[in-house]
Design a protein around this ligand. Structure first.
Ligand SMILES: Cc1ncc(COP(=O)(O)O)c(C=O)c1O
Length: 418
């Protein structure tokens, strides 16, 4: 029994894997066994492990000034990072709040959305809409907005008032029907809709650009802010800095974290459009929160280094090319006993598995976990969702490593569906 209490685990229960070292796309366990890491940590190791360019910048910043607060002062790494993120948004965003995780980035977004309407004199517009299969983080607010964990949370804790789920884009027409009805009937009570451009934990569900355009338009017409949660999709994972650009979403607020700096330091960022902030500036209302490590200079330096690498190495184009290749090779795997549906964008890839014979049905969670464990036994780490597995390899993955990943997947998956 371990003294360590891990996330989503009973106290003291150890994990099946004890990791000791990492290099590029590989990790090694304490027994010396090497794994190709296609989970990318928790979807965030976009540049792999042991990246010397990032490590050098971390050391430089640590030596120069390991910490400075943004409460009563400012510092160059935070100022530079805010400017850099705004320029990457091509001017659609105007201000940046820097924090320490995806959860904090989203919570800031939700609080500011409510504050925006209060500052505008519409204090009844406070309800937060989100999708059924969504995940937005683990604070009380974020869990209340996260459709995918709602059932589990409700068993042991309370959902905060003022949060409402709507059908996910898995069924675009019922999702739009519900959204447009709510925005027609209750617009005076609704502050914002928060959505992942691609539902990650919900099974890598990619909505159509037409759906995204309609969502943007409906929100705009109802004076409801659109928060696009790019914690998993942003930073290059999908072949663009922001997946919203690829899907014709026009956010008022964007949240970023995971892929921003490849996990080298805890960082979150929330980007706001000028029109989101204008009423708050006019009313001269300061936000009533802030955390000690928000905008930590070392964290900012890691993001600046990671963004430099993505640009210098032309990774966004490579991600798009590799994503197409991996998805088309996996699609060819359909077998006699089972079918496979491959979804995703860039290097965020979902593989849904279903039985054809003797009964047509999706794999169960237990079955997908078995597939995941088989991959692990073969030296490949993947993630699983209720009916399939997902891949988040580093954006720097080499052609040989892609081939190794595909070979293991072909072997394992055909064992279940061929
Ligand atoms: C879309 C999305 N938002 C928010 C979060 C929460 O991020 P974190 O785990 O860094 O708090 C996650 C984490 O998986 C996520 O996928």
């Amino acid at each position: 029994m371990s003294a360590l209490w891990r996330p989503y685990a009973v106290p003291g229960v150890p994990a099946s894997l004890r990791l000791a070292q990492g290099e590029g796309a590989y990790v090694t366990d304490s027994a010396g066994r090497r794994y190709l890491n296609a989970v990318g940590g928790l979807w965030n190791l976009s540049l792999g492990l042991g990246n010397d360019k990032i490590i050098e910048r971390v050391c430089q910043q640590m030596r120069n000034m390991a910490y400075a607060s943004l409460f009563d002062s400012t510092h160059t790494p935070a100022e530079l990072l805010a400017e850099r993120l705004i320029s990457l948004s091509a001017g659609s965003m105007k201000f940046v709040y820097l924090s320490t995780s995806g959860t904090s980035a989203v919570e800031v977004a939700l609080r500011v959305a409510r504050l925006h309407h209060r500052a505008n004199g519409h204090s009844s517009k406070q309800r937060i809409l989100s999708f059924d299969r969504s995940y937005h983080g683990c604070s009380a607010m974020n869990l209340s907005a996260s459709g995918i964990v709602r059932g589990d949370v409700e068993k042991w804790d309370e959902i905060l008032p003022g949060f409402q789920l709507i059908p996910s884009p898995l069924d675009e027409s019922s999702s739009l029907e519900c959204l447009s009805r709510l925005l027609r009937e209750d617009a005076g009570e609704i502050a914002c809709l928060i959505m992942e451009p691609i539902l990650g934990s919900g099974g890598i569900i990619v909505p159509s650009p037409e759906y995204c355009q309609t969502v943007t338009k409906l929100c705009r017409n109802a004076d409801v802010l659109l928060i696009v949660d790019e914690v998993a999709t942003g930073g290059g994972r999908c072949g663009s800095m922001f997946a919203s650009n690829l899907l014709s979403l026009e956010p008022d607020i964007i949240t970023l974290s995971k892929g921003l700096n490849s996990g080298y330091f805890p960082v979150g960022a929330t980007l706001f459009s000028a029109s989101t902030c204008l009423p708050i500036q006019r009313a001269n209302i300061p936000i009533q929160f802030g955390s000690t490590q928000d905008g930590n200079p070392v964290g900012c330096a890691t993001v600046l280094a990671a963004l430099d690498i993505v640009a210098e190495e032309g990774l966004l184009d490579r991600v798009e090319t590799l994503g197409h290749r991996i998805r088309s090779e996996l699609t060819a795997l359909a077998g006699e006993r089972g079918a496979i549906s491959v979804r995703g964008m860039g290097l965020m890839i979902g593989i849904e598995l279903s039985h054809e014979y003797p009964d047509k049905r999706l794999f169960t969670e237990l079955e997908t976990q078995q597939v995941r464990m088989r991959c692990q036994e073969e030296g490949l780490l993947v993630y699983s969702f209720d009916s399939g597995i997902s891949l988040f390899p580093p954006l720097t993955i080499s052609d040989d490593e892609v081939e190794e990943m595909l070979e293991i997947l072909r072997d394992v998956i055909s064992g279940y569906i061929a």
